[in-house]
Design a protein around this ligand. Structure first.
Ligand code: CTP
Ligand code: CA
Length: 226
């Protein structure tokens, strides 16, 4: 009985999840990016599908097969990810921002390949929009969950982001610890709300994703029927 029940706990819910890195073009052949593999976001998408959610995954360039049973939208830049998120989030019940969005993009993208003439060069960068903060500020606002990958003072920085971005939950990981987080197979998270902290111990990212989906759903249910 319980297995059947568990399989459908998210039935009727629409989850929108961002995952992977973004690429910020410098010129037609070059870009700025980061080491995010996309594995955690893809694992969350699979875990949510497995328990009955309708899932839309907005993915930056990741070398991963699109998870079965969910709609995957591929994007490159932070601006493209922002546009898709703002279009999809108003219809979502739950929004999970797992993407490692580039904080800055080129002020001007060169239309032709930049030639190696100057001895030094400076790239002029401007700040990208904060996708999860903009989703959280919508009037038709989904239950909003962020991530915080930190190398120090994890709880303090994570709680700062929780309140500044007006999130319902934030999943923090300490990427200074070996074997967890960026480009790793395993992860360990602490999930903070305004008044709680829940540990998910170090495990395979798919197992961590399963636990995180359960924690998110419990907090979502508690908020929608207090
Ligand atoms: N995020 C986002 N859009 C951005 C930057 C970040 O949606 N332009 C989201 C991430 O997906 C994550 C959360 O915000 O859910 C925290 O990202 P992080 O990079 O840790 O926070 P920043 O606010 O960018 O702060 P900093 O990089 O200075 O730590
Ligand atoms: Ca950032």
């Amino acid at each position: 009985c319980c297995q059947l029940y568990r399989e459908k706990i998210l039935a009727g819910q629409h989850w929108v999840i961002t995952a992977g890195p973004t690429r910020e073009a410098i010129d037609p052949v070059r870009y700025i990016s980061n080491h995010s593999s996309g594995k955690m976001g893809y694992a969350i998408a699979r875990a949510a599908v497995n328990v009955g959610a309708r899932v839309t995954l907005i993915s930056g360039p990741a070398n991963l097969a699109p998870p079965q049973g969910c709609q995957t939208i591929q994007v490159n830049s932070a601006l493209e990810m922002h546009q898709q998120a703002m279009a999809l989030a108003p219809e979502a019940d739950i929004f999970v921002a797992c993407a490692a969005v580039a904080d800055y993009r080129l002020a001007d993208v060169a239309t032709q390949k930049i030639k190696k003439t100057a001895d030094e060069m400076v790239l002029n960068l401007v700040k990208n929009p904060d996708i999860v903060a903009d989703v959280s500020a919508l009037t038709e606002r989904p239950f909003t969950v962020g991530f915080a990958a930190e190398t120090q003072d994890v709880e303090q920085y994570a709680r700062g982001k929780l309140s500044r971005k007006k999130l319902d939950l934030i999943a923090a990981n300490d990427v200074s610890r070996a074997g967890q987080g960026f480009n790793s197979e395993n992860n360990a998270l602490t999930v903070f709300s305004a008044d709680s902290a829940t540990e998910i111990p170090l495990a395979d990212k798919q197992q961590v994703a399963g636990q995180l989906v359960t924690i998110i759903n419990q907090a979502y249910q508690a908020k929608s029927s207090p």
